[in-house]
Design a protein around this ligand. Structure first.
Ligand code: AKG
Ligand code: FE2
Length: 283
């Protein structure tokens, strides 16, 4: 029993606003200076270095996941549908190379995107995304001295639904890394497949890319799609895709957007493509 001797408990941060959203016992992002917090960061860094991805299963609590699914399902009429061909580089087809060359290879991406400004202010994932603790955790894992949430009113945090038949073709992201949160995997398909470090900053590794595009599975890895998983991956160098969704329900997830500059926004062309508009004024 505690007596009136001076008792100095381990400094423990005040209960954060996202205490019911993140499994803090497993993932103490509110207390990164603690031994457990430092160990978490190290584990994430090691996974990113070794695998090109870091998967934190059960990061988001089941209640928060359920709430996000019901929010996503209530916003179906707000979703912007894109369905288009593109190359793995998001650049025009190069017609000076042979048809089998990666620069000439065309894939399809089709999805339903729900913009940030449609997501209610008290949605669990919004509360978490808007907390500086999550930004600090991500910055620590990625060893960024400065990291900012996107300033884009539509793209900073969106919900993506992939209905049966939809998919994301093989591609490299333009951004260095991506962070996703899974709410609802598909019944079949909708798998996140990736090949880590398939290219480097200085070498496009076209032969290796072509092999993957020709369905050589030898280097292809699968990222966990369990509900509540938060994942980091280095999408600029790891080529990745979401396989076509099948079954009766959509795959639902979010992409969390950050930058090393404080004023990051989509350009108008990209904003129109993914959200059908360019400003925070709902269409
Ligand atoms: O939905 C996913 O799991 C990945 C999304 C992705 O690769 C992208 O938005 O570029
Ligand atoms: Fe991507």
């Amino acid at each position: 029993m505690q007596t009136n001797t001076v008792h100095r408990p381990q400094a423990s941060p005040a209960a954060p606003v996202y205490r019911d959203i993140v499994d803090l016992a497993r993932y103490p992002i509110h207390d990164l200076q603690s031994a457990a917090g430092r160990a978490l960061i190290q584990q994430c860094q090691a996974a990113l270095a070794q695998e090109g991805a870091c998967v934190l299963e059960g990061f988001i609590t089941p209640q928060a996941v359920a709430k996000m699914i019901s929010i996503a399902d209530s916003l179906d009429d707000k979703a912007w549908i894109t369905d288009r061909p593109h190359t793995v580089y998001f650049e025009p087809v190069d017609d000076t190379v042979p048809a089998a060359h990666p620069r000439a290879h065309v894939v399809r991406s089709a999805k339903h995107g729900i913009a940030y400004d449609y997501i209610p202010a008290d949605a669990p994932m919004r509360t978490l995304y808007e907390s500086d603790d999550l930004t600090h955790f991500i910055a620590a894992v990625l060893e960024k001295s400065a990291l900012y949430r996107s300033a884009d009113p539509l793209d900073a945090l969106q919900i993506t639904k992939f209905f049966p038949g939809e998919e994301l073709g093989w591609h490299f992201d333009r951004s260095e890394f991506s962070i996703t949160v899974m709410y609802q995997p598909a019944e079949q398909g909708g798998l996140f497949e990736y090949v880590s470090a398939l290219r480097t900053e200085t070498d496009e590794c076209y032969d290796a890319v072509q092999k993957v595009l020709e369905d050589d599975p030898s280097r292809v890895k699968l990222l966990s799609s369990a509900p509540g998983t938060l994942a980091f991956f280095r999408g600029r160098y790891a080529m990745h895709r979401v396989t076509p969704v099948a079954g009766s329900r959509p795959r639902i997830n979010s992409v969390l957007t950050y930058g090393t500059q404080p004023d990051m926004r989509l350009n108008d062309l990209t904003s129109k493509l993914f959200y059908g508009r360019t400003s925070a004024q709902p269409a």
